[in-house]
Design a protein around this ligand. Sequence first.
Ligand code: DOR
Ligand code: ZN
Length: 349
Amino acid sequence: MTTPATLILTRPDDWHVHLRDGEGMRDVVADTVRQFARAIVMPNLKPPVATVAQAEAYRERILAALPKGSDFTPLMTLYLTEATLPLEIERARRTGWIHAVKYYPAGATTHSEAGVRDLAHCRETLKAMEDLGLPLLIHGEVTDAAVDVFDRERVFIERHLIPLVQRYPRLKVVLEHITTASAVKFVLTAEDNVAATVTPHHLLYNRNALFQGGVRPHYYCLPVLKREEHRQALVRAVASGNPKFFLGTDSAPHARNTKENACGCAGIYSAHAALELYAEAFEAAGALDRLEGFASHFGADFYGLPRNTSRVTLVRESWTVPAGHPFGQDTLVPLRAGEQVAWRLQALN
Ligand code: DOR
Ligand code: ZN
C-alpha cells in the first residue's frame, strides 16, 4: 500500500488527558485544543477532583484557560475515593458534563494517595454507576510491592478486574492506557461494555526506550513501557479496527526538573503531536485506514456522545519537535524532543 500524502479525518477526541491546573495549564491546554474537539480530563489534582462542586470549579478554570474563540469541550471526571457516595454519582450524572469516574488504586501513580485501597469499600457507589451508566475509568495496576513493576497490569486484571466485571456485569469500564497482551486479551473477551484506551507512546516504544544509552526519564510513565511483544499486541489490537480500542493519549506534563531527577515523576507529554504520532504507528502497521475509527469514532460511540462533524487534515511532511515546551514558569520536555515526526496536523481554519 502506498502512503497517501494527506489524510482527512473526522476531528478526533482524546479520551484520557492530564491538563493539570494553575499556571502551566494554559500552555498544555493549547496543544490539546489544537488537536482535539473534546477530551476526558483526568481528576488527579492535589487535592483530587472528588466532588461535583470541585469538578465544576475545575471545568470553569479550564474554560477560562482556553485560547480565544476555541470551541473545545472538556469532558469532566470525578476521582473515586472510598468516601464517594452514591448520591454524588447521581449528582454527577445529572450534570450532563461529568462523563466518568476515575479509579486509581491508592499509591499506583501520580497523585493517587487519595485513591481506593479496597474496592469492596465502594460497592454501593459502583452499583449506582452501573445503574446510571456512568463509566468507570481504571488505572489497572496493583500496588503490591512484591509484584514486579512490569507485571502489575497483568496481576491487576487477574486479581481485581475479572472479579469486578463479574460483580457489575453492566458497568461501563474503560481500562486506561493498556500496555500488555494480557490487557488486550481481557478486553477482547469481555462484553461490549468494556473497552480500553491506548496511548501513542505504548504503540511506538517498548521498554528499551527507557535505557537507550543511559536512563531516559522522559520515557518513564505508568504503566511503564513493556516488552516488544506487548507493544506488538497493542498495535495489532488498534490496527484490527475493533471499536473496543480507542484513542487516549495519557499526555501527562511534568516540569523538566521533576523528571530529570533522582526520583523522577511518571508521565509522558504527547499533546503537542498526538495525532501525528498515532498516524506514525498506524502507518507502520499498514493500517492508516483504521486511524479514523480509533481516533474519531469509537470513543464517542462508547461514551454515547455524538461523533464530531468537522474534519482535520494530516499531511505527510516531517517536522522537528522543539527541545522544550513552556509549562508555566517551567519547561517540559515533549515526546520526540529534538527529533522528527513524520506527519503534520494542519491548523484548523
Ligand atoms: O505516567 C503517568 N502519569 N501515569 C499516570 O497514571 C498518571 C500520570 C500523571 O498524572 O502524571
Ligand atoms: Zn493518566
